[in-house]
Ligand binder design. Structure first.
Ligand code: AKG
Ligand code: FE2
Length: 550
C-alpha cells in the first residue's frame, strides 16, 4: 500500500518519471519512424506521379524499371518493418491482402532487373555514373539512383557471384552517399561488399585498404577483423614469394580477340551498331516490289529489301497493320510465359539466362487477324504454314535478349526434332511489332549483319542449305533492349517429314504443290533468286535500309 507512506509516494514519482521518459522515448522513436515513413511515402508518390505522366515511356526505361521493382521489393520490406504490427494490425492485414491479390514483384524479379541492367551496361558500354544519373547514351531519361539503389545493384551482383559489377556499383554507391543529406545506406555496408569483391577480383592491397576504412567506422566488426588478418597474411606470402622468384610466374593477360566472328566482343559491337557491311555488298543490295507470281499480289505487291546476300537476309516492309498488331498483342499478353530453350543434352525445354523474354502462342482459328497474318506469311515466302509452328509472340522487357543461336536443330542434339513437329526449321520469318527506342537489333555475328526493328516490317531468311544441312552463317541473336519494349513475332517453317534432309528448293516446290512427296537425296542448288520471280520495279524511296535506332 504505497499511498500510506510519503516516502513511498515519492518513489512512485520516480517510477512515473521513468515511465514518462520511456513514453517520450517511444513517441520520439515512433515519430522518427513516421517521419521516415512519410519520406518513403513522399518518394513513392513523386515517382508514381512521374510514371503516371507517361506510363509507357516510364516503364520502357531500364533504370525506371529497376527502381520500380526495387521500390516494391527491398524498399517495401523496410516500410513494412517500420509499421509496428501491434498497433497496426488492420493496416498490415490490408497490405497482406494487397500483396496477395495484386501483382507484386518477387526477390527474383529484383535480381532479374539488376542482372538486366548490368547486361545493358556491358553490351552498350554504359558508364556506371551516367547510368546512376539516369542517363542512357547522354540522354537524361529517369530519376537519379540513390546510394541505396546502387548498393542494391551491387548486392544483387554479389549474390550472383559477379564481383566485377559488385565493385562498380558499390563504388558508385559510395560516391553517391557522400552527396546525400539523408543517407540511404550505411557506408560500412558498402565498404564490406566493396572490400570482399575487390579481394575476389584479385586486388588484395586495395581490399586491405578498404577493410581498414571499414574498421575505422566499426572497430569491432568481426568479419572485417578476420579478413584484415587474412589479407595481410596473403600479401606477406606473395611478397616473400616474389623476392625469391624469377619472373616465370608472371601472369599473361589475354584480351578477347576483336576479329573473332563468334566472339562476344564482335557480337556486342554489332549490337551497338559499330559494324557496317562492306560497300561492295551494300551497293548491290536492292529494294523492289515482288508478287511471287501470286495473282493476289499483282495489285498490292510486297516491298522487299535485300539486307544481305549469302546468306540471303530479307526485310519485308509494311506487312503488318497496326490493327493486327493490336489484336496480336491483346491475345498474347494474358498468356505470356517466360520463353524456353531446348537443352541440347537432355532435350528438355527449360528457361535460361541467355534467352530472356515472355512469349505466347497463337492459333489461326483464334482471330481473323491471326489467320490473315498466316496467309500473308505464305504469300511472302511461298512456304506453307501447314508444317509451320503456331505463331509465336515475343515481348522483350528490360535487358531482354536472345544470345547467338541457330534456329535449326543439329543432328547431334538429343531429341533434335522432338519439338520440331515434322522436320528441321527450313526458314524463319520474324515480324517486328514495335519500334525499339534503343538497342534490340537482330544480328548475325558470322556475317556482320544487323537488322533494326521497325514496326510493321518482317525479316526472312533460310536456315538450311539446299542439301538440308544447317547454314552456320545464319547464327543470330536478339540484342538486349536498351530502352523501350520490343515486340516480335517469329514464325518458323518445318520441312515436311519426308523432306527432312531434302533440298529446301524441293520443299518450296512441295509447298507450292508442284513437287511430289518423295524423299530426295543429294545436294541441289536453291533457285538462283527466289524473289526475282515477281520483279516489278524499285521502291527505293520507301526503302530505308539499315535505319539504326540510337
Ligand atoms: O527477336 C529477335 O530479334 C530474334 C528472335 C529469334 O532469333 C528467335 O526467336 O529465334
Ligand atoms: Fe532465332
Amino acid at each position: 500500500e504505497v499511498y500510506t507512506s510519503l516516502a513511498e509516494l515519492e518513489e512512485l514519482l520516480s517510477t512515473e518519471a521513468v515511465l514518462i521518459n520511456t513514453l517520450e522515448n517511444y513517441i520520439r522513436s515512433e515519430e522518427q519512424k513516421i517521419d521516415l515513413l512519410k519520406r518513403y511515402a513522399d518518394i513513392y508518390q513523386k515517382q508514381h506521379n512521374k510514371a503516371a505522366e507517361d506510363v509507357q515511356l516510364y516503364i520502357s526505361n531500364p533504370i525506371n524499371a529497376y527502381t520500380l521493382v526495387k521500390r516494391l521489393t527491398t524498399d517495401w520490406k523496410q516500410v513494412e518493418a517500420l509499421i509496428s504490427t501491434d498497433v497496426s494490425n488492420d493496416y498490415m492485414a490490408n497490405i497482406t491482402y494487397i500483396k496477395e491479390t495484386m501483382k507484386f514483384p518477387t526477390d527474383e524479379d529484383l535480381n532479374g532487373a539488376a542482372v538486366a541492367l548490368t547486361r545493358l551496361q556491358d553490351t552498350y558500354r554504359l558508364d556506371t555514373s551516367s547510368l546512376a544519373r539516369g542517363e542512357l547514351n547522354g540522354v537524361k531519361y529517369s530519376a537519379e539512383l540513390s546510394a541505396a539503389d546502387c548498393f542494391e545493384l551491387g548486392r544483387q551482383s554479389y549474390n550472383n557471384g559477379d564481383y566485377y559489377h559488385t565493385q562498380l556499383w558499390m563504388r558508385e554507391a559510395d560516391s553517391r552517399l557522400r552527396r546525400e543529406t539523408n543517407e540511404t545506406v550505411d557506408r560500412s555496408d558498402i565498404l564490406e561488399y566493396l572490400a570482399f569483391s575487390t579481394y575476389k577480383q584479385g586486388n588484395i592491397p586495395l581490399a586491405l585498404d578498404l577493410t581498414n576504412k571499414l574498421l575505422e567506422i566499426l572497430p569491432t566488426h568481426q568479419r572485417a577483423l578476420g579478413n584484415k588478418i587474412y589479407y595481410e597474411d596473403e600479401l606477406e606470402k606473395s611478397f616473400s614469394k616474389r623476392k625469391g622468384d624469377d619472373d616465370s610466374e608472371e601472369i599473361a593477360f589475354e584480351g578477347p580477340s576483336i576479329t573473332d566472328p563468334y566472339g562476344r566482343e564482335h557480337y556486342e559491337m554489332l549490337c551497338r551498331g559499330e559494324i557496317e557491311l562492306p560497300t561492295e555488298m551494300t551497293s548491290r543490295l536492292k529494294c523492289r516490289y515482288v508478287n511471287n507470281n501470286n495473282p493476289f499480289l499483282l495489285i498490292a505487291p510486297f516491298k522487299l529489301e535485300e539486307a544481305h546476300r549469302k546468306p540471303d537476309l530479307y526485310i519485308f516492309h509494311d506487312v503488318m497493320a497496326d490493327s493486327e498488331i493490336e489484336t496480336v498483342k491483346r491475345l498474347a499478353q494474358p498468356r505470356f510465359r517466360r520463353a524456353t530453350v531446348q537443352n541440347s543434352q537432355t532435350g528438355e525445354l527449360e528457361i535460361a539466362q541467355y534467352r530472356i523474354s515472355k512469349s505466347a502462342w497463337l492459333k489461326e482459328e483464334e482471330h481473323k487477324h491471326v489467320a490473315d497474318i498466316a496467309q500473308r506469311v505464305t504469300d511472302m515466302t511461298g512456304l506453307t504454314m501447314e508444317t509451320a509452328e503456331e505463331l509465336q509472340v515475343v515481348n522483350y522487357g528490360i535487358g531482354g535478349h536472345y544470345e547467338p543461336h541457330f534456329d535449326f536443330a543439329r543432328k547431334d542434339e538429343k531429341n533434335a526434332f522432338k519439338s520440331l513437329g515434322t522436320g528441321n526449321r527450313i526458314a524463319t520469318v520474324l515480324f517486328y511489332m514495335s519500334d525499339v527506342a534503343q538497342g534490340g537489333a537482330t544480328v548475325f555475328p558470322a556475317v556482320g549483319a544487323a537488322l533494326w526493328p521497325k514496326k510493321g516490317t518482317a525479316a526472312f531468311w533460310h536456315n538450311l542449305h539446299a542439301s538440308g544441312d544447317g547454314d552456320k552463317l545464319t547464327r543470330h541473336a536478339a540484342c538486349p533492349v536498351l530502352a523501350g519494349s520490343k515486340w516480335a513475332e517469329p514464325a518458323a517453317f518445318f520441312l515436311p517429314f519426308v523432306y527432312k534432309f531434302a533440298p529446301p528448293s524441293e520443299a518450296l516446290r512441295y509447298a507450292a504443290g508442284k513437287a511430289p512427296v518423295l524423299r530426295l537425296e543429294g545436294p541441289e542448288e536453291p533457285p538462283e533468286d527466289f524473289f526475282s520471280l515477281g520483279l516489278m520495279g524499285d521502291f527505293g524511296r520507301d526503302c530505308k535500309r539499315g535505319i539504326r535506332n540510337k
